[in-house]
Ligand binder design. Structure first.
Ligand code: ADP
Ligand code: MG
Length: 236
């Protein structure tokens, strides 16, 4: 309706795709479970950011998304909260492998995502584990062995564990490629492709990127199915 259009205009949101749902302009409009709403309010947030407002309703329809938005726009909860709701709908045994997989370019970013996942996932009893290079494998393997619903990983370390047959991705049905442009700049494309081969094709895939060069378009075309594209601001 026109309120959706005025919100999009006001926040410089462009949406491309079939029948994209209107944005959630408030937390109440999300219909998120009360424990999640309590967490976002306790964090001091008063409204969804534009990327959250527009990508949440799309993600909750289980559709693939490409989201192009600059740093600091709230992308992490943009994919984590729909991931948590996905987990409520399809609860696998976490000891058999994760259901939600987030790929992130660096250890620093991966641990930030992990912190946010632990903070906002605790009330939903979601178990999250973080895998990254430059640290001993032992503690990460022990965490994996205990089981995790959500794995946040850098492509290099996750690929090492796949080659060692220490992690099973056959239950993954919600896959996030965060900072896809940076992962490609860092040369992670071969590892990403090997990882995605281990994930069932019947899945939801969400890709977040700050820029939209042809390398990113290519991998999006290969890994996503009929995605809805959301742009915030003038980034393209
Ligand atoms: P990005 O991944 O787009 O760079 P982040 O997800 O790291 O952005 O979010 C940036 C900051 O904004 C974080 O400190 C996060 O906790 C905060 N944040 C997330 N959602 C909201 C919101 N709805 N309102 C206010 N702050 C938010
Ligand atoms: Mg981010």
């Amino acid at each position: 309706g026109s309120s959706a259009e005025s919100y999009r205009r006001q926040h410089e949101i462009t949406v491309t795709g079939d029948n994209a749902p209107p944005p959630f302009t408030s937390f109440d409009a999300t219909g998120f479970p009360s424990e999640l709403l309590r967490e976002v309010r306790q964090a001091g947030f008063s409204a969804p950011t534009p990327i959250q407002a527009q990508s949440w309703p799309i993600a909750l329809q289980s559709r693939d998304i490409v989201a192009i938005a600059k740093t600091g726009s709230g992308k992490t909860l943009g994919y984590l909260i729909p991931g948590f709701i996905h987990l409520k709908r399809c609860r696998n045994n976490p000891q058999m492998g994760p259901t939600v997989l987030v790929l992130s370019p660096t250890r620093e970013l991966a641990t930030q995502i992990q912190d946010e996942a632990v903070k906002f996932g605790k009330s939903s009893k979601i178990i999250c584990t973080c895998l990254y290079g430059g640290a001993p494998k032992g503690p990460q393997l022990r965490d994996l062995y205990k089981g995790a619903d959500v794995v946040v990983a850098t492509p290099g370390r996750l690929n090492d564990f796949l080659e060692m047959k220490k992690v099973n991705l056959h239950q993954v049905s919600y896959l996030v490629l965060d900072e896809a442009d940076r992962m490609l700049d860092m040369g992670f494309e071969p590892q990403i492709r090997k990882i995605v081969k281990e994930v069932p094709t019947r899945r939801q895939t969400l890709m977040y990127t700050a820029t939209w060069p042809k390398e990113v378009r290519k991998i999006a075309a290969d890994l996503l199915v009929n995605p809805v594209q959301v742009n915030i601001g003038n980034v393209d």
